[in-house]
Structures are given as C-alpha cells and as structure tokens.
Design a protein around this ligand. Structure first.
Ligand SMILES: Cc1cc2nc3c(=O)[nH]c(=O)nc-3n(C[C@H](O)[C@H](O)[C@H](O)COP(=O)(O)OP(=O)(O)OC[C@H]3O[C@@H](n4cnc5c(N)ncnc54)[C@H](O)[C@@H]3O)c2cc1C
Length: 466
C-alpha cells in the first residue's frame, strides 16, 4: 500500500471511481479504499463470468461500470480492498483496518467520502426470522454469486428496488409469489413525468413490470407486510391493505404461504465517517434523511473533506458518478491551483447534469417515504433493534419515562448498542420518535458515533501501527 498518496477516496462505487478517473487523468497520487473484496460498490457488482453471466457486462450499467473501473489501471491510483476505514486520528489522518498487519494510520491532503448508502426498514413481528432477508441482500446473492435466495419468494416494501428484484428473480428462472408495495399506484406513475429525461430508467422499470405481468403477477399497491410467521423459520407472510394515511384497513389481512420474503424500504446515506470527522449534516427527507452538507464543488464543511454519491443524498448511480467527477475536479483545483477554462467548462456541464439527477432522487425518496402511521402502529412485541433484541414495548416504555430522545432511548434500552452500531435500527428509532403523538416537537436525531466505526478484531487493534 502506498503511504505517499495525496488524496484518499473512501468507497469504490460509482462516486469514488468517477473521482479516481479524474484524478488519474491529472496524475495525482490517490489511494482508493473499499471494505468490499472488489471495487464497484453496490451498483457494479457482477457475478464472475465463470458463472455464465457475462451478459450483465453488456447492459448500460455494465458498460459505464467497466469504463469507470478501467481507471484503476493507472499507475497513480492505488487500490486497497477489504479495507475498512474505522475513524480519524486528526482532521488529516484516518485509521484503516485492512485485515492483515493491524490498523494503519494514513495521512491525506484531501479526502473524498464516497461511502454509499444502506437499506432502511419498517420493522414488523417476525422480520428477524430466518427466511426473511432484505431486497439488497437478495440482490447481492443474485448479482454477486449468481444464486437465487429461494426458488420462490414474496417481495415487499416500497420504492423501485422490490420491482427491480422481482424482475431479476424472474429473469433467473425463480418464481415470484407476490410483490407488495406500500405506496399507491398513482405515486409510481409520477415517474412518467420524468420520462423525457429518465428514459433508460423508466424503460428498466417497465421491463421488470413486463416480466412480472408475463408471469401472471401484478404489484399489489397500498399493501403492507404486517407479520412474518413461522416456528423456527419463515412459513407464512401476513399482508394487509393500507389507506392513504398508512393505516391498516381492517378485514384486508391475507396470508401467503412462503419460505422466503425479501423486503426493502428505500435507502439512508452512510454518514458515520462524515460525522466522525466533523462534517455538517442536513436532514432532508427528499434525500433519504440525514445527509452530508456540501457546496456546488462537493466540499463539506471540513476544509480537507469532500463528499460525493449517496452520503450527500440518495439519488442513484448516475448522480453518484456526476458528483464523484465534480469532487475529482474540485480536488485537482485544490491541489494544483486555479482550474483552466476547459476544467471550468467541464465542471459546469457536470453540475448542470446533476440537477436532473437530483430531481429523480427526490422522486425516489418520496416513493419510499413510509406514512407516519407505519411507525406509529409497530406492535409492542416487535423487535426493533435486532442486535440487542430490543422490542418496541421497551422503547415506548422509555419514552413514557421521559427518555424521549435517541440517546435517551439508547441508554435506557441498549437499542443501537449492538455490533451494527445502530445502522439498521437508527433510522427506525428516529422515525418512531418523530411520529410519536406525545412528542410533537421531536427533532430528527441520530445515535452518537465514535471509533472504531466498524467491528475490528482485538488482534488488529493490538497490532495497530499508529
Ligand atoms: C443494497 C443496495 C442495493 C441496490 N440496488 C440497486 C439496483 O438494483 N439498481 C440501482 O440502480 N441502484 C441500486 N442501489 C443504489 C446504487 O447502488 C447506488 O445509487 C450507487 O451505487 C451509488 O454509488 P455510490 O458510489 O454513492 O455508493 P456505493 O456504490 O454504495 O459505494 C460505496 C462504497 O463505499 C464502501 N464503504 C462504505 N463505508 C466504508 C468504510 N468505512 N470503509 C471502506 N469502504 C467503505 C462500500 O463498501 C461501497 O463499496 C442499491 C443500493 C443498495 C445499498
């Protein structure tokens, strides 16, 4: 690993790769870090060609991905995979755990945080049963390993991921028993308004829908997963219709016998590293919740830190790649002085393209917004924090005792104290507090962060080269 890089990029998804491409062109020594085993991030995950899935490389995402990945051949770009950044020693030094040789301290002149997003959830009784997985997890199996989670499955939640997943399951010769969507059909049709500017995406959605219709299935809109039942693993999913305010309509409950359920409720930006280094955040529901505040050059409130892609607001791979390229150009200007006319022109073109993607992102986030009633009616026996097995009843009890803030609930119940450090339950708890009828002025809040931000072995810490 090079210790002489001037720039460090955390995250080798479309945002990080697009920045690396710009920095490679300018010959700036850069280190690209990613905790995954391969660069590419969430979007550019490909099953190995040996698995007979070369066709994936031929679609537009594959082509774009391949061209971005090509920049990694540059002699000025070092890539370190299976390496997680776990915190900061100082505003210009971070800690990375690369699995061997212990935790290392690395210095940078500029840092780009391109750490992506994670899935959001609405907890319901039984969501922790074996057989229930996230839509993203199911996609990972299909795209990354070429295997289906199960021969037949129920898919639910909201947004575009359930439909995309249904399309992939069918394409891979699986059976889709039902697709359930919290949102109304009219909400999804809003995508048609974006048609002239987002044609490939609308067509992609149409393809998934077409496959579903051909298989004799349709999306059941305004339908919630209210329970997953089973003895030792999932055996049955209970669904119910919901009204425009998100309340279950009595008498609409239905049972579906199944051994596999995939669920997804949109995405939340990964902002922990940004918080740890002191970047300002903004809470914007149209961006997926808390996101890093950046200026038009992707500069954060911290002098050396830039952010691009999902951490500045969830809006998809195109927006991530545009922001990555903008951040790359801004970092070049920072390190090499005032940009020339061509660079300024490039920056303007990228910034103009970004506006269209931000509108698309706002639409996506509205589509995945769960009505307040969804969080208000989580039954008391439901596990909210999976790691610490904290149930909704304990959270409501803590709120009743006056511990009605995110840190208060955490201290009272251990919610968010487990191995995932609140990544899964954090957004759920934020919403539970935000919509609680006794807390009308509750501000959306976050769990505190402190290093190590990711699980690290004691051995790696003991060997730390810091
Ligand atoms: C589960 C999931 C499934 C998705 N499926 C689809 C889909 O089917 N179609 C679609 O169009 N979009 C999908 N998206 C959205 C799409 O992946 C993103 O819009 C796009 O990848 C954003 O690019 P990015 O560079 O911002 O982030 P990402 O591609 O997510 O890349 C971020 C990278 O940062 C790395 N990272 C994060 N924290 C650290 C750390 N501390 N140390 C080291 N590395 C770190 C991660 O390993 C990751 O590789 C999905 C997103 C998720 C989360």
């Amino acid at each position: 690993m090079s210790t002489e890089s001037r720039v460090i990029i955390v995250g080798a998804g479309p945002a990080g790769l697009a920045a690396a491409e710009v920095l490679a062109e300018k010959g700036i020594k850069t280190l690209l870090l990613d905790e995954n085993r391969q660069p590419g991030g969430q979007l550019l995950r490909f099953a190995p060609p040996a698995a007979g899935r070369e066709s994936l490389y031929r679609n537009s995402v594959g082509r774009k991905g391949r061209s971005l990945l090509a920049c990694l051949q540059s002699s000025t770009i070092d890539v370190l995979t299976s390496a997680q950044v776990i915190g900061f020693e100082a505003p210009d030094r971070l800690w990375v755990d690369a699995g061997t040789g212990g935790v290392r301290e690395l210095r940078f002149e500029a840092l780009l945080l391109a750490t992506g997003a994670r899935e959001k959830f609405l907890s319901f009784p039984g969501w922790t049963l074996p057989g229930v997985i996230s839509s993203g997890g199911a996609q990972l199996l299909i795209k990354g390993s070429g295997v289906l989670p199960a021969p037949e499955m129920v898919i639910g939640g909201c947004g575009v991921l359930p439909l995309a997943l249904a399309g992939e399951v069918l394409k891979n010769k699986g059976r889709v028993q039902a697709v359930l969507d919290e949102s109304a059909l009219a909400d999804s049709l809003g995508l048609l308004r974006l048609l002239p500017r987002q044609l490939p995406r609308v067509l992609q959605g149409g393809l998934g829908l077409g496959r579903l219709l051909l298989a004799g299935r349709r999306v059941r809109h305004r339908t919630r997963i209210v329970q997953a039942r089973g003895d030792k693993r999932l055996e049955e999913v209970v669904t119910a219709g919901i009204d425009a305010r998100g309340r279950v309509v009595p008498g609409t409950e239905r049972e579906i016998e199944t051994g596999s359920l995939a669920m997804g409720y949109g995405f939340a930006p990964n902002i922990e590293l940004a918080r740890e280094v002191g970047c300002d955040l903004l809470f914007t529901p149209d961006k997926g919740g808390w996101a890093v505040r950046v200026d038009e050059c992707q500069q954060s409130s911290q002098a050396l830190v830039f952010a691009a892609g999902e951490p500045t607001g969830v809006a998809g791979g195109n927006k991530a790649a545009l922001e990555g390229a903008i951040a790359g150009l801004s970092i070049v200007s920072r390190l090499k002085g005032r940009p020339g006319r061509q660079e300024r022109r490039n920056l303007e073109v990228l910034q103009a393209g970004l506006q269209k993607e931000l509108r698309f992102g706002a639409f996506l986030n509205r589509l995945t917004r769960i009505p307040e009633a969804g969080y208000r009616v989580i039954p008391p026996e439901t596990v909210v924090c999976r790691c610490e097995q904290v149930r909704q009843a304990e959270i409501l009890k803590a709120i009743g005792r006056g511990l009605n803030t995110v840190p208060g609930v955490k201290k009272a119940t251990r919610c968010g104290m487990g191995i995932c450090q609140g990544r899964t339950c954090g957004p759920i708890l934020t919403e539970i507090l935000r919509v609680h009828p006794d807390l009308p002025d509750a501000e959306p809040a976050l769990f505190s962060v402190r290093p190590p931000l990711k699980p690290v072995s004691v051995g790696d810490l003991a060997e730390a080269d810091v």
